[in-house]
Design a protein around this ligand. Sequence first.
Ligand code: GRF
Length: 202
Amino acid sequence: MTHTVRTPIVVLISGSGSNMVALVKASRQQQWLRRFGAEVVAVISNRPEAGGLAKACDMGVATQVVDHQQHASREAFDAALQAAISQVGGQTPLLLLAGFMRILTPNFVQAYAGRMLNIHPSLLPAFPGLNTHQRAIDMGCRFAGATVHEVTAELDHGHIWGQAVVPIVPGDDGPALAARVLSQEHRIYVDAVTAWLQAHAV
Ligand code: GRF
């Protein structure tokens, strides 16, 4: 029996794409297509050199590059990105930002309101922005973590769909803590997307 894709998932990346790999694997293992009509139809990167592109290819997922450096303004880049997304995912995809390191314009965010999730490597609302792990260590936090949230016009805000708490241990540095957090990101991103799909089941 074939299943139609009712919710095409488009994953946006900029780098190594380990969260994207976790999402594609889960999509297949957990049969999101059969259960929710949802499938990862494409991975789009704003950087041609992103390591995640080859990983997506290896898993048989279509890839595209929309290079932000080839666009004169943020608005022009977002318009090109939106065109690429529409081509592969139609008008109402689920967009998953997975290590996507671009700030999106309010118009773009509005176009996908409620249908765009991001993973952020801190326990939001603490530590929005960059360099989250070192900032948590420097503040003397005992715990760090990661958050899956809806993308809104305000950076690293929006409804929270999942979180993981990760201990900070004596002697931790930014990279060691980042690696510990990243392994939890893979788990909570999959769980959060499953929950989102369940909540939006059509
Ligand atoms: C993750 O830590 C994510 O939270 C942050 O960038 C990293 C991306 O890792 N925004 P990957 O590309 O998924 O391996």
